[in-house]
Design a protein around this ligand. Sequence first.
Ligand SMILES: [Zn+2]
Length: 288
Amino acid sequence: MSEARSIGEIEVRRILEMEEPFVTPAEMFPAATAEAVAACRRWLEPRALCPASGRLILAIQSFVLRTRHHTILIDPCVGNDKTVDFHPPWHRRRDFTWLRNLKANGLDPADIDFVMCTHLHIDHCGWNTSLIDGRWQPTFPNARYLFARSEVAHAQATGGATFEENVLPILDAGRADLVDGDFALDDHVRLEPTPGHTPGHVSIRLKSAGQRGVITGDLIHSPLQCAYPEWGYVYDALPDAAGRTRRRFLEDQCGDGTLVLANHFPSPSFGRVVESGAAFRFRYDGED
Ligand SMILES: [Zn+2]
């Protein structure tokens, strides 16, 4: 897979690790009812909802931004060899799809100048480190890792293997820069606090030559939540805040031309928020 999109002078590439039916809407969103989901089938299927299994199709992917000055990796997926007790298919994976897709996009781990994580869950920070000679080491030899300070504090307080294997080794190696939730890397790339899924969750705002984009992270998981913004994901740490953040995000982006890059939305994952009845719809890039 190799494809590039541009936002002004910023080149954006998706680096896919997985894309498949995961769970049913009811397993993902406790508030979901069969009737409410059925009302969306026509536009959800087959891209976002698998007609055969009834499961939502999610992508696990990263984004790489190339600006005039920097190559920036956002949300390095699940990775290999990681301890993921709560989701056996990801536990101690040995799968090089993500690295192959990075290479297919003309990139080598050594090319990455900055790594950013919208939050520190395993599917957003896994490739931060690799197991080399029995030790977790930074996968990107020339990168600084920019983490939101409050997200690191939350992950540290929560503890567990995800923090110990994917974040702590970066801190210990002196490769992390802890930044505020509204940190601006330059005129083109800045963080924006979007709390709820985790307390320190951030989205990434992009701006160049009059065009705008935003990388959502997990403030939203499926296009289904455009129709029902208050449906919280079962693993949202602060469900009320997550619902408020999601609704405000959809209202702000609706009709304003911002290109939305939604980590977990099915391919092409790029699109725009449009009004639909009392709520919203996601119009994929290239869709009429
Ligand atoms: Zn996620």
